[in-house]
Write a protein that binds this ligand. Structure first.
Ligand code: SF4
Length: 283
């Protein structure tokens, strides 16, 4: 199918000013460009979790899979291993990916699974009206912490560097052109791509006044330097008043999980038959 409308007619229920609109619009542009370049969008799958971000599966008119909370990455991994010809994109929330799904995130990075993980990191559980997540700042006052959280936030970039991800980037929903380049780079990258997107939650964490004066592009950074990527990842700990580096922090070339699995050399028809046999054996 070509020239399709990329936005469905499903009623959009995101709040006005929500950063999810930016991510959706950015992905729409990227998909349109892929199609113009001759790539069939039938070969693209988007997997979402549970949370405000997950509604993107209803709003983008491509193959989508609404998975369980925290389980986007195992679903995406399964899809990619079953059909390596697909481009598989995961949209996760920070609660979704850094809490319930944290182990999956680490192991997918460790395995260098060839998928792209986009974390809509609004640093709050928006859908359930404002509880703190692993990246909420110390002292965050929400529905579950009226006196403020007593724990420091997780630094996901540092974690991904330690876990073996081969494309690590941070974007911001108020920097759409850069975000587009980061997502395009992640989708084009062969291996595990991770983009942490600082996403504005207009209702429960409207943090633009905090982010905008702090974000910057480290112009002289070499993304193949693991050591300097570590320095940049630690520059802002998701809690301090430090400057916040955006862009690609790290890239590396390393064999993907699928390449080291037995799927290599298997035809699409043989894969389909194998899946059919597995399903038949469970009936
Ligand atoms: Fe967006 Fe926050 Fe509203 Fe959810 S609660 S739709 S993240 S603004």
């Amino acid at each position: 199918m070509t020239g399709r409308e990329l936005i469905t007619d499903v009623q959009n229920t995101w709040c006005p000013g929500c950063g999810n609109f930016t991510i959706q619009h950015t992905l729409k542009k990227i998909l349109a460009e892929m199609e113009t370049a001759g790539r069939s969008l039938d070969d693209v799958v988007l997997v979402s979790g549970i949370g405000c971000h997950a509604k993107i599966a209803d709003y983008l008119n491509i193959n989508t899979f609404y998975s369980l909370h925290g389980r986007t990455i195992p679903v995406a991994t399964g899809i990619k291993l079953a059909n390596p010809d697909l481009t598989v994109i995961c949209c996760c929330g920070d609660g979704d990916c850094y809490a319930e799904g944290l182990d999956h995130l680490i192991f997918a990075a460790k395995r260098n699974v060839d998928i792209t993980v986009i974390v809509h990191n609004n640093r709050v559980y928006g859908l359930t009206t404002g509880q703190y997540t692993p990246t909420s700042p110390l002292g965050f006052r929400g529905k579950s912490t009226p006196s403020g959280t007593a724990e420091f936030p997780l630094n996901p970039l540092e974690l991904m560097l330690a876990s073996g991800a081969t494309y690590i980037a941070r974007g911001y929903t108020k920097k759409m052109d850069q975000l587009r380049a980061l997502l395009q780079g992640g989708i084009a990258h062969r291996g595990f791509s991770f983009i942490d997107v600082l996403q504005i939650c207009a209702t429960f964490f409207p943090a633009a006044d905090y982010y905008t004066p702090r974000v910057y592009d480290p112009a002289d950074h070499d993304p193949t330097s693991f050591d300097h990527a570590c320095v940049l990842a630690r520059e802002w700990d998701y809690n301090s008043d430090a400057r916040i580096p955006l862009g690609v922090l790290y890239t590396a070339t390393f064999p993907c999980f699928g390449e080291r699995m037995a799927t290599k050399g298997v035809t699409a028809g043989e894969r389909e038959e194998a899946v059919r046999q597995i399903l038949a054996s469970r009936i």
